[in-house]
Write a protein that binds this ligand. Structure first.
Ligand SMILES: [Zn+2]
Length: 117
């Protein structure tokens, strides 16, 4: 990713900053020009806590180029408490513990999974 694009996405990616539609309250992440629910174009910044639950997951054994050293790992779709669905690597979790509906907490790394941003 080029430096300028990385700079523009810094708040969004590193601080998990989403947008809340000012017409209907839908929270979107990543940012987009139009609300997926009402097509509204007016948004306010919405901090995302990173808490949610596993919507779906896979256990990756054959990792793509550049991620070989991390394999095997869990890749999950996480439904955040604020509503958006994000892709995240699950860390600090035992293989047998991962299941759909499993709570995911960004700040708790020992007993539950955390979202790697
Ligand atoms: Zn809306």
């Amino acid at each position: 990713m080029e430096v300028s694009r990385n700079w523009r996405l810094q708040s969004q990616r590193y601080r998990m900053e989403g947008l809340r539609c000012e017409q209907c309250g839908t929270v979107v992440f990543p940012a987009r020009a139009h609300c997926p629910q009402c097509a509204g174009e007016s948004f306010a910044a919405q901090a995302l806590r990173g808490l949610g639950e596993v919507y779906s997951f896979t256990h990756v054994h054959d990792a793509p180029a550049g991620f070989e050293s991390a394999a095997p790992f869990f890749l999950a779709l996480v439904r955040l408490d604020e509503g958006p669905l994000v892709t995240a690597q699950l860390t600090d979790v035992e293989r047998e513990a991962v299941h759909i509906g499993m709570p995911v907490g960004r700040a708790s790394c020992v007993k539950t999974a955390s979202v790697a941003c």
